[in-house]
Design a protein around this ligand. Structure first.
Ligand code: NDP
Length: 256
């Protein structure tokens, strides 16, 4: 076991990550730990993954905890946040990362699928933000980071629900920042382009993906660790002046 990163930008902070058992959430939790934060990892199905993230975080010298939490269930979200605050005594950073992206032609999207995507990709961030804000307001500081998407800025065929939810996350972060900024709360978004995870690979591995990659100014898609660095920046005081902003780690594929 190594020593906690005492000079890391998140030293002494506690950060909670939803969907932290795999993919981007895994990289975010590990990057926060490497930056000195204690981490609370929420998972829905990826229990083994979450436990291995916690083990890796502890090996970085920080404390780590795992919790089962379906982000569409408001009671579970509030239970997760309460358990984290009990265990660590505080919660400084929330990363709303859990997400789904079913691809369905718009006219075939059922109301049930629409509701499921909005519940997971947008309403969950509403639940979690309401759960963490009272404690953050009491302490007079807190950073909320929503993982949006490039598609939330441009829209995309076959993922209208997903793109709509991601656009909603951007407006949610702006609204929370405007309402609570003077009381020490910052809410921002990271809107990645295609990133090398289970979700991203569904795009990367096809012919369309290869063509899109060749058109990117950077010439390649992103790795989850690279996106996670943006999240750590937004969680840290290095981004103190950023409220309601969206960082776009997208290989130059969109320059809004
Ligand atoms: P993955 O499909 O690889 O992972 C999805 C994650 O979301 C898993 O950790 C999963 O948890 C969790 N999750 C899904 N539904 C729920 C739920 N109801 N409750 C709790 N957790 C849930 O995706 P990524 O890691 O790539 O995606 C992470 C975020 O990044 C998402 O918000 C996604 O929209 C966004 N994003 C990803 C891009 C990409 O190209 N990869 C591009 C732009 C944005 P579990 O396994 O435990 O069920």
């Amino acid at each position: 076991m190594s020593e906690r990163n005492g000079s890391g930008p998140l030293y002494g902070r506690v950060v909670a990550v939803t969907g932290g058992g795999r993919g981007l959430g895994r990289s975010i939790a590990l990057a926060a730990a490497a930056a000195g934060a204690d981490v609370a990892i929420a998972y829905r199905d990826s229990e083994a993954g979450a436990k291995s993230v916690a083990d890796e975080a502890r090996a970085l010298g920080v404390d780590a905890d795992v919790h089962r939490c379906d982000v569409t269930d408001r009671a579970q979200v509030f239970g997760f946040v309460a358990a984290v605050e009990r265990r660590f005594g505080r919660l400084d950073g929330l990363v709303n990362n859990a997400g789904i992206m079913p691809e369905t032609p718009f006219l075939d999207v059922t109301p049930e699928e629409w509701d499921r995507v909005i519940a997971t990709d947008l309403t969950a961030a509403f639940h979690a933000s309401q759960a963490v804000l009272p404690g953050m307001l009491e302490r007079g500081s807190g950073s909320i980071v929503n993982i949006a998407s490039r598609l939330g800025l441009v829209g995309w065929p076959g993922v209208a629900h997903y793109a709509g939810a991601k656009a909603g996350l951007i407006a949610l972060a702006k609204s929370i920042s405007r309402e609570f900024g003077q009381r020490g709360i910052r809410a921002n978004c990271v809107a990645p382009g295609v990133t090398n995870t289970d979700m991203g690979r569904t795009v990367m591995e096809g012919e369309v993906g290869r063509k899109r990659m060749a058109e990117l100014p950077l010439g390649r898609f992103g790795e989850p660790e690279e996106v996670a660095d943006c999240v750590v920046f937004l969680l840290s005081d290095a981004s103190a002046l950023l409220l309601g902003q969206t960082l776009n780690p997208n290989s130059g594929g969109l320059m809004p």
